[in-house]
Design a protein around this ligand. Structure first.
Ligand code: MTE
Ligand code: MO
Length: 326
């Protein structure tokens, strides 16, 4: 067993973000062991492990190939925690609101309009998105700006796969992600906590980074509504709010998009929002984080890592003052 774990399963040093295939395989078998209490492998146990990990009755399963280049060695967050402790303000601001009220969201039929500074504008439906590129499973850490984090086996493919199909033109410098804002499906839209629709954005090179995941599922199934069904972004080196849920439009622009959190509190949330333990939020430190599921009385906080541990992305920001461009 190559997984290092302290007796209570917490407070570990982070291994490097790149995990060799053998280690990944051993982690998967470790998950199977947890799931079924057995050491044996094989297809049946793989199935049993999957069933135990994901538990939305009747949810469509997604077959995805584990991508060993994008796996952290941390233990995956329990499905129950990942689906009941959410930020999705369109359904309310309490962590339980999205799981309590998310059922009114209709993830099918769904289309995403892709427009702006591209040669091939198009509208894709969900089946089109599911077929656009081979689905991969990637275990990513996601850290919220509020100071907690989770580790989730996402299913999707690099956003770059979609970007190359629509052929950005020379004016495209940024990508804007517009998410659903429908009063009938989303009870939180009546509130004025944020401007709706919730909009996020990336620089084109950030959007094209292979880590940026166009996400269609998690734990081997389509996304639960509370996690941003049917399609969302996961940008693992940035604070969670950059990972926009329930996307309906992807727009390529010359100018930096106006993003929801930046508009609501520009002094607290910049456009970049890279996870950075050295730049505190004006109201709290960003040096450490609480891993959801490890929040018992004696659980120690984890140190937050630069770029959330995804150090590869540093090359995107050469020459940029990350304290100024926070
Ligand atoms: N449309 C939309 N997307 C959103 C949000 C939101 O309120 N609305 N919250 C963001 C925040 S603050 C976080 S931390 C992550 C949480 O994702 P999760 O609930 O799947 O862990 O979603 C992000 N995406
Ligand atoms: Mo967040």
């Amino acid at each position: 067993m190559l997984i290092k774990r302290s007796p209570n399963g917490i407070d570990l040093p982070y291994p490097s973000e790149i995990t060799p295939r053998a280690v990944f395989e051993s982690r998967r078998s470790f998950i199977r062991q947890i799931a079924v209490g057995s050491i044996a492998g094989g297809a049946m146990l793989e199935m049993a492990g999957r069933e135990a990990l994901a538990q939305a009755p009747g949810a469509q399963k997604l077959t995805a190939k584990p991508n060993s280049s994008y796996v952290v060695m941390d233990k995956p967050t329990a499905y129950k925690d990942a689906t009941t402790y959410n930020n999705f303000y369109e359904f309310g601001t309490d962590k339980e609101d999205p799981s309590k009220y998310g059922a009114t969201l209709k993830p099918r039929p769904w289309t995403v309009a892709i427009e702006g500074e591209i040669k091939k504008p198009m509208t894709v439906d969900l089946d089109g998105l599911l077929k656009l590129a081979p689905l991969e499973e990637r275990l990513y850490r996601l850290r919220c700006v509020e100071g907690w984090s989770m580790v989730i086996p996402w299913v999707g493919y690099s956003l770059a796969e979609l970007i190359k199909k629509v052929e950005p033109n020379g004016n495209a410098k940024y990508v804007e992600f517009v998410t659903l804002a429908d009063k009938k499906q989303m009870p939180g839209i009546g509130s004025r906590v944020l401007q709706w629709p919730y909009v996020e954005g990336l620089r084109l090179d950030e959007a094209n980074h292979p880590l940026t995941l166009l996400t269609l599922g998690m734990y081997g199934e389509v996304l639960p509504n509370q996690n941003g069904a049917p399609v969302r972004l996961v940008v693992p080196w940035k604070y969670g709010f950059k990972s926009a849920k329930s996307i309906v439009k992807i727009r390529f622009t010359r100018d930096q998009p106006k993003t929801a959190w930046n508009l609501s509190a520009p002094q607290e949330y910049g456009f970049y929002s890279n996870v950075n333990p050295e730049v505190d939020h004006p109201r709290w430190s960003q040096a450490s984080e609480r891993r959801i599921g490890e929040d018992g009385l004696f659980a120690k906080k984890r140190k937050t890592l630069m770029f959330n541990g995804y150090g590869d992305v540093a090359s995107l920001y050469q020459g940029l003052d990350l304290k100024k461009f926070f």
